[in-house]
Ligand binder design. Structure first.
Ligand code: NAD
Length: 387
């Protein structure tokens, strides 16, 4: 029986996927796997039995990644599991920016005592008239899990979609509709689009990418949407552009003291991934990643070890070695197997920054003395006999 410890309430949709070989435990010291959402684990001591932590969500700043890697604990996250939830809110944001639905709703609330509201509304409504999005140009910067979905849906709604992502993954490129125009210079998006939405991670290279200089290139009356990260947008430059009308509306999922006070801002309280379905999808993905690692040693969507997939083991045994990414590791590992007359039927070695992972399928059972020798190699952090 494998024990799983949950630091937070994890959606049952995910934990129901645990098979009869698993049990949820209250004792962290006995857990082989951990499921977590937002609990801060920086001060938590992990026992020797802990092999993996799966975060049901994308951000992992609540988990000590390097300490875990040094203790041979693989940490997973669930990228893209909430992409549909965010995409749907971005589409709502586009529509809220195009038509003054928010202003109109406020007007109705303010006039709720008016017995003649059904009539007065006909005069008042012209203050809230807007535009249709069909035929307008939408620039999508960053075509990952969320950006690609936004681009496809906007194209299906009749928008002319320009997509920019110099590092696009093969999977995202395959998923992209042929109606999305591939743009090779982000300036084209700034200069030609009526609506611009950013879906990039916050990096040194993307921090403040929407600033005075880039806004200066944009069309008058442009709409900017930010459902990615607060600091991608220079708030002072955005406030100034909203004042002059250069930017008609700024839709942000990241209210802060500056942005909530801006003219013509539509601030949403970080609701992008706040759907039941997103939580379910994250929990399901986290549980599946955990089970594949515990049962097969496969690593999918780790944030501190390299990904590695050898499917299900059909050989006599499977051994995983988690080690530092230093020279002569493979030589030492295969040397120990050779000296024990053990034949390797399949093997993968992958590295990621300071850490590496070697997964070996063997034609002989993994004997204890061989495992002890592998553990004794300098730089080996953990050895697991998976089968
Ligand atoms: N509002 C919310 O609730 C919410 C929820 C989930 C994610 N997010 C944020 O959305 C963003 C995107 O998430 P995702 O799941 O699509 O991530 P992702 O990793 O799948 O995609 C990010 C994409 O950005 C691209 N990129 C990186 N630098 C770029 C640059 N300079 N120019 C253009 N493209 C660049 C990458 O190549 C990648 O394709 C993240 O910042 C994430 O934090 C917000």
């Amino acid at each position: 029986m494998r024990n799983i410890y949950c630091f937070n309430a994890i959606s049952k949709y995910g934990t129901d996927r645990l098979t009869a070989d698993y049990a949820l435990t209250d004792d962290l010291a006995r857990a082989e796997g951990v499921l977590v959402r937002s609990a801060a684990l920086h001060e938590t001591e992990f026992g020797d039995s802990l092999l993996a932590i799966a975060r049901a969500g994308a951000g992992v700043n609540n988990i000590p990644l390097d300490r875990c890697a040094n203790e041979g604990i693989v940490v997973f996250n669930t990228p893209g599991a909430n992409a549909n939830g965010v995409k749907e809110l971005v589409i709502a944001g586009l529509l809220l920016a195009a038509r003054d639905v928010v202003g109109g709703i406020e007007w109705c609330k303010e006039n709720k005592e008016d017995a003649n509201i059904a009539k007065t509304v006909e005069k008042a409504k012209k203050a809230f008239a807007g535009y249709e999005i069909k035929g307008k140009k939408l620039g999508v910067i960053g075509l990952g899990a969320i950006g690609a979905e936004v681009a496809n849906t906007a194209a299906a709604l009749g928008m002319e979609v320009y997509g920019y992502d110099p590092y696009i993954s093969i999977n995202a490129a395959w998923a992209l509709s042929r109606d999305v125009k591939h743009i090779t210079s982000v300036d084209t998006i700034y200069q030609e689009c009526d609506y611009i939405t950013v879906h990039v991670p916050l990096l040194d290279s993307t921090r403040g990418m929407i600033n005075g200089q880039t806004i200066g290139q944009m069309k008058d009356g442009v709409v900017v949407l930010n459902f990615a990260r607060d600091l991608l947008v220079d708030d002072d430059a955005m406030a100034a552009a909203l004042e002059t009308g250069k930017v008609r509306r700024y839709v942000t999922d990241f209210p802060n003291p500056k942005s909530v006070a801006m003219k013509n801002v539509i601030a949403i309280p970080h609701l992008g991934a706040s759907t039941e379905e997103s939580e379910d999808n994250c929990a399901k993905m986290a549980v599946e990643e955990l089970m594949d690692y515990l049962e097969n040693g496969n690593i999918r969507n780790s944030v501190n070890y390299p990904n590695c997939d050898m499917g299900v083991c059909h050989a006599a045994s499977r051994v995983a070695v988690l080690h530092l990414n230093v020279p002569n590791m493979i030589g030492q590992i295969t040397g120990i197997l050779a000296s024990g007359n053990v034949n390797i039927s399949d093997m993968t070695n992958k590295s990621r920054d300071k850490y590496a992972y070697t997964l070996l399928d063997l034609e002989n059972p993994a004997e204890e003395d061989m495992v002890e020798k592998l553990k004794a190699i300098k730089g080996v952090l953990r050895v697991r006999v998976i089968k």
